[in-house]
Design a protein around this ligand. Structure first.
Ligand code: FEO
Length: 418
């Protein structure tokens, strides 16, 4: 039995079922004016190159019908035929009035170009940030309509109110709320990678809260600061149902997962500035510098954590990065490079919200000493504010160098407090 076969029970929610060329066309009416018309990809085992997806995923698209019709997002390109068949089972493609593009990543924008050929009068609606991306998807001058926060499209008997949600998780992300049906179309927010028989959360037999957190950590966590600033836009909306772009439509868990996103993106920097000093040290020399810097920062009144990298679990390192106002990296130089544990740490910075944090780099070296410069450059490229000097000592730090590194710590403390 494949995982997707036992993900959910059959709840008989499928209506409008017909047989397509090599797929079954079933759409699901999820509320008075809204149909799920997405596709399932139960055999997907890796999403976006790096994220294991043991339960596959879905590319959710929706049809909203009043006197006019709006499509909300499309699907990954190779599922276009199935998607078009589903939409056409509800409304002729050339009668569709709007395509709402919540986000232009190819898993949702893959069918736009072909859709436009079949529905030439269709009006594309997107955020201002999405405009250049849609241009890059279509590579033509198709007219585009951009919307701002709280703009409304009236479909005749049903409306969509837009909420611009930048970096949740792309700069172009937007959501919309349908007040008549109390449905929030949430793009990649509140999504999960699951493909089951039913489209609804209450029928899912896997641990959905666990999968939701897994998805959040993999996709959303690096943008926690942006999400925290966006979430108040949902306050006051009378949401009964969340219709995300992947995984189950949320009825049972809608309120819980919205609250979870608030909790998971809480500002961990509150309180006195905290500094984490990560280091590795083969012969103890970079370790001596790390301890001296730790002492200097503490004397300057900063709260510090001194962490030897090779024994630090990934989850702890991620948490420390998020909680720290500044991160110092102590790295030796091996063969003109920083050693692998330091680069592994660098790779963690893009898995959490680290933009704008302060940073500084130091280390002992034998002859080249390139490691500190390379790590400082990498931190800068990831948009951390890096102290302009690195501190290096050759081999065993002398008494003079120990005084210098203490002074370096004092200057870094001032930099952290700026
Ligand atoms: Fe599911 Fe960010 O695309």
């Amino acid at each position: 039995m494949t995982p997707s076969a036992w993900l959910s029970g059959s709840v008989g929610e499928n209506d409008n079922t017909t047989t397509g060329e090599d797929f079954t066309v079933n759409t699901v009416q999820i509320s008075k004016h809204v149909w799920w018309a997405g596709v399932k990809d139960p055999d997907l085992r890796v999403f976006d190159i790096v994220m294991p997806t043991q339960y596959g995923t879905t590319y959710n698209a929706y049809v909203v019908r009043g006197e006019k019709t709006a499509l909300i997002d499309t699907v990954k390109k190779q599922f276009s035929a199935e998607y078009f068949a589903k939409v056409e089972s509800l409304v002729p493609l050339d009668a569709v009035d709007y395509l709402i593009v919540n986000h232009t990543e190819p898993d949702h924008s893959g069918a736009i170009a072909e859709l436009l050929k079949q529905s030439p009068k269709l009006q594309i609606v997107c955020s201002g940030a999405a405009l250049p991306f849609v241009r890059n998807v279509l590579n033509d001058d198709t007219p585009l309509t951009t919307v701002k926060d709280d703009a409304v499209i009236d479909l005749g008997g049903v409306t969509l109110k837009f909420k611009i949600m930048p970096y949740m998780h792309w700069p172009d992300t937007m959501m919309e709320f349908c007040p008549e049906d109390k449905v929030l179309f949430s793009c990649d927010g509140f999504a999960s990678h699951l493909s089951g028989e039913s489209v609804f959360d209450e029928d899912t037999r896997v641990d959905l809260p666990r999968e939701m957190k897994y998805y959040f950590d993999a996709i959303m966590r690096p943008f926690s600061g942006y999400i925290r600033r966006n979430m108040p836009k949902l306050d006051g909306l009378d949401i009964d149902m969340v219709a995300p772009s992947h995984g189950p439509v949320l009825r049972k868990y809608a309120a819980q997962f919205i609250q979870d996103y608030r909790d998971w993106t809480v500002d961990k920097l509150a309180g006195a500035p905290r500094v984490t000093i990560f280091y590795v040290s083969n012969y103890g020399n970079t370790g001596l510098l790390a301890e001296a810097i730790d002492k200097g920062l503490t004397e300057a009144g900063l709260k510090t954590d001194l962490v030897e990298l090779s024994t630090c679990p990934v989850e702890k390192a991620q948490d420390l990065i998020e909680r720290s106002a500044a991160i110092l990296i102590g790295t030796p130089t091996f063969n003109s490079d920083a050693p692998r544990p330091v680069w592994d740490l660098m790779n963690l910075f893009s898995t959490v919200y680290s933009i704008g944090k302060k940073a500084a780099v130091f280390g002992s070296y034998g002859w080249g000493g390139e490691g500190t410069k390379l790590i400082a450059e990498r931190l800068s490229s990831m948009k951390l504010k890096v102290y302009p000097e690195t501190y290096r000592a050759r081999l065993i730090p002398s008494a003079k160098e120990m005084t210098e590194v203490h002074d370096f710590a004092r200057k870094v403390a001032e930099f952290v407090r700026e």
